[in-house]
Design a protein around this ligand. Structure first.
Ligand SMILES: C[S@@+](CC[C@H](N)C(=O)[O-])C[C@H]1O[C@@H](n2cnc3c(N)ncnc32)[C@H](O)[C@@H]1O
Length: 345
């Protein structure tokens, strides 16, 4: 089966990165068939266990995907080729069921989406006229979607969509405790996913601030531990985490001297201070990162991952014993590039 992921496009590499990490953490064998701008297509064996529940599981976890689509065909980008392929696909709608067709351009293309939606809709309607198929744009039984790139059309049926509104509702300023510099829930969820977390894993954020990363990790079933050097942040994080009904542990402490046993944590996900506006409790920003990385390495289990967000490429990760397995960069503005490093012990 081919699954197409229609990506949000808010970052160049993170959306695909979080999908591939989720597939690995769920032990789903897959091959990348296409990775182009806002579309990732994966081939998954039809015999994959729990394949029918996979789209719902993924859509509940992913932050930067809009839709997960079962691909029916991919064809050249031309009106005749698309309509010919829809006719050949002989899309069948059961008696009395409803459908919708939506198209989205993810690259420059001369095709108008409204016209394509109407023409494809007419073909499906005619094919199923005797069954009494009807169009319903608000809550159809079948949602068909055409993704238009600059040279092809990927067409399929939507199996699951992410609830983008829920991320909006968890934005830092809407939480019980707000402090400037808190991470956005979408970025937090994406970096949590990059860690390949499995249900029940112990996840540590040693610079937890208002608890933004811990909220996202707890929501996908991790057991979360947060540490911050400021008592006021620990109190605030408690207010934010308390709203979600899962277990958590918060400690006021120093990331450079963690009050945790060796190898007692499965993954670390963290967004340390950049030293611009956030409080830095250390000799310097360099010593803070260096000693905190030593401590992360000590407490993580062998083979465990750490995702660290920083505003400079951390030069000593190898020497500490980590292997860098992924690097995502994001240019925030002219003088700030954010680096997201995925490290493995
Ligand atoms: C960028 S903020 C984290 C923001 C957090 N991701 C959120 O969503 O609110 C960095 C945090 O590191 C904390 N911090 C600074 N030095 C620290 C240290 N040595 N050990 C632990 N926490 C420290 C600060 O108090 C601050 O809350």
């Amino acid at each position: 089966m081919l699954l197409a992921f229609e990506l949000s496009g808010e970052h160049e590499t993170l959306p695909a990165g979080e999908i591939l990490a989720c597939m690995r953490s769920l032990d789903i064998e897959h091959t990348v068939v296409k990775s182009e701008g806002q579309c990732l297509i994966l081939k998954i064996g039809d015999e994959t266990p729990a394949i029918s529940t996979l789209p719902a599981l993924l859509s509940a976890r992913l932050a930067m995907t809009h839709h997960i689509i079962a691909v029916i065909f991919e064809c050249r980008l031309s009106e005749s080729s698309i309509l010919g392929s829809v006719i050949d696909a002989e899309i069948a709608i059961s008696r009395g069921e409803t459908f919708s067709v939506r198209a989205r351009k993810i690259q420059q293309s001369p095709i108008t989406t409204e016209r394509m939606e109407r023409l494809i809709g007419e073909v499906i309607f005619e094919r199923n006229r005797v069954n009494g198929a009807r169009v319903n744009l608000t809550s159809p039984d079948h949602r068909f979607r055409a993704i238009l790139t600059d040279d092809s059309c990927i067409f399929g049926e939507v199996l699951a969509s992410t609830e983008r509104r829920e991320f909006e509702e968890r934005k830092p300023h809407k939480k019980a405790f707000f402090y400037p510099g808190a991470i956005s829930p979408k970025v937090a969820r994406a970096i949590v996913n990059l860690c390949e977390i499995r249900t029940g894993n112990r996840v540590l954020d040693p610079f937890c601030g208002t608890g933004g990363i811990l909220v996202e990790a707890g929501m996908i079933g991790a057991s979360v531990i947060g540490i911050d050097v400021q008592e006021s942040m620990v109190r605030g994080a408690r207010m934010n985490l308390g709203a979600h009904g899962f277990e958590y542990q918060l400690i006021c402490g120093d990331a450079c001297n963690l009050p945790l046993r060796d190898q007692s944590i499965d993954v670390v996900v963290t967004d340390p201070p950049y030293g611009r506006s956030a409080v830095v409790m250390a000799e310097s920003i360099v010593s803070l990162y260096r000693y905190a990385l030593f401590e992360m390495h000590r407490v993580i289990v062998d083979g465990g991952h750490a995702v660290v967000v920083s505003d400079f490429e951390l030069p000593w990760t190898d020497e500490i014993g980590f292997t860098t397995i992924e690097l995502h960069t994001q240019r925030v503005h002219r003088s700030l590039t954010r680096y997201i490093l995925v490290l493995e012990k």
